[in-house]
Design a protein. Sequence first.
Length: 209
Amino acid sequence: MSKVHVIDHPLVQHKLTMIRDKTTGSKDFRELVNEVALLMAYEVTRDLPLEEVEVETPICATKGYTIAGKKIGVIPILRAGLGMVEGILQLIPTAKVGHIGLYRDPDTLQPVEYYCKLPSDSHERDYIVIDPMLATGGSAAAAISYVKNIGCASIKLMCLLAAPEGIEYMQKIHPDVDIYTAAVDEKLNDMGYIIPGLGDAGDRLFGTK
């Protein structure tokens, strides 16, 4: 069974509270989401493998460590996932970014794919799939299934908020994918929105509502 990592660092929790606040405007909302994504990326990448190397300091030769293993890829689920990309790239500027476009049918609550573009070397990368809200889990599970189908085996899911229903669904469909979130909220309402949540992340990021 996949693990759920709740990142409860005080800075993350402070900024998440500001993100939840309905009076936070789009500009501040975007900046806060980027900042939280950067802070969360520290924990998501905590287990990256290292290799020992030798380096010359201005004083003498010494041993240090560099990141080894596969390169990193980031896949935001459009459109709300775009709000977290820049924060991660500030920490991992060499990561390549793919995009998967999914929307949730308002009647069935099932994901519908409308766009997908991934790096040509995707099978050689460890991927972080990002979406601010893990609600029903349908969109995240569908995106991860697509990534697996093209040969990617090492995948993590990163979100700002998760509902218990979404976590349960993800663990059922993808028990090998760990989930990183800043909070696990109470439940979903009848419309599939997270309670208490933060509203529609895409609308708040881009000022479309």
